[in-house]
Design a protein around this ligand. Structure first.
Ligand SMILES: [Fe+2]
Length: 212
């Protein structure tokens, strides 16, 4: 039985923890965390740590590429000129552009830190696929990212966007969860009862949400 999931939202001491026995990988992780700490999106530094936490909860033996990708997958959003939904015709096109640009940004950081070429290529692939999945490791990252939205991001997103938009986003997120992740979804609880109601509504027979 896994530990309760509502307590550690990945915003505390883990932000400086080593993620690998490899020094270059740890240098890259430190730089990624520095960039995210300056993000204009307030939930993003904690979301990165919380995504790593979910990854390791589902797959404790995850290697360096998955760990780096968990931290860096949303690094595109840390820019002042980050991509905006209104610049794209639909939500999925917007999300793919976010993933592709994030893969490039992360690769620059990994190269500067001296990370091995094979790990860099794997991280690039993982970040490009973090919204869609498509192979076992990308599916794992997508699940960790999705669970972290519900666990870590939901309160801030709800405070900023309101109930209706958060429910739309939550339905879109639930629809892409694997069966493995849906098991963990049912364990997520928030102190605010409205958010627990929203989580219940988001998975209530609306698996055809498109995110549009
Ligand atoms: Fe994310």
């Amino acid at each position: 039985m896994p530990e309760p999931v509502a307590k550690d939202r990945g915003t505390g001491h883990r932000a400086t923890a080593a993620i690998s026995s490899n020094a270059a990988v740890n240098r890259a992780a430190q730089r990624i965390r520095q960039v995210l700490a300056a993000s204009p999106v307030p939930e993003d530094p904690g979301h990165a740590e919380n995504t790593l936490l979910w990854l390791l909860r589902m797959h404790p033996a995850a290697g360096d590429a998955l760990r780096l990708a968990a931290l860096a997958h949303d690094i595109e959003r840390a820019r002042p000129d980050r991509l905006q939904r209104h610049q794209f015709g639909d939500y999925d096109t917007f999300k793919q552009a976010h993933a592709d640009e994030g893969a490039d940004i992360a690769d620059g950081i990994l190269a500067a830190a001296g990370v091995a070429a094979g790990v860099r290529a794997a991280v690039r692939n993982l970040i490009r696929r973090h919204e869609t999945g498509g192979d076992p490791d990308s599916d794992l990252l997508r699940d960790a990212d999705s669970l972290s939205y519900f666990d870590h991001n939901l309160p801030l997103y709800h405070a900023r966007e309101g109930y209706a938009e958060t429910l739309r986003r939550a339905r879109w997120g639930y629809a892409r969860l694997s069966q493995r992740a849906r098991h963990f979804y049912r364990q997520i609880q928030h102190e605010d009862g409205r958010l627990n109601q929203l989580l219940a509504e988001a998975c209530d027979g609306r698996l055809d949400a498109t995110g549009a």
